[in-house]
Unconditional design. Sequence first.
Length: 148
Amino acid sequence: MKKDENEYVLRDLKKFYLDYLTIKNVPHRKLQNGHIGVEAFVLMRCEELAITAVICAPIPLRGKEVKFLRTAAGLSMKKLGEAFNLSDVAILKWEKEPNKRVSIPNEIALRIFFARHFNIELNWNFDFFVLNYPKHIKVDAIPFKKAA
């Protein structure tokens, strides 16, 4: 969805209600039918940027972020639950309340789990769990490199 000339909220992010996350400078081209075209490798890179932002940014981890990360990881609720010795019903409970923050111990465990799953280095201290959170996150998509 177009926000302005160089800012887009990916449809997948909106599907998970992560419309606070904007990916800037996404390479695109206008198609003959007037729609905006983005190459598959660019969309994959945008998803990687969104995953990294959700895991590393100082924002609360709520049900909608848990669902986004779980889905991006290709995990069922049952598989994610097994990783934490929880039932799939516990995961469902988090996801059914998209705006409710998971408990801080669970949030830390989830961030560490998904950072390891996606091979993302966590470079934060735990102070941000009690600080005021930003209302909007912007991630710059440039530079893009095509996979060889």
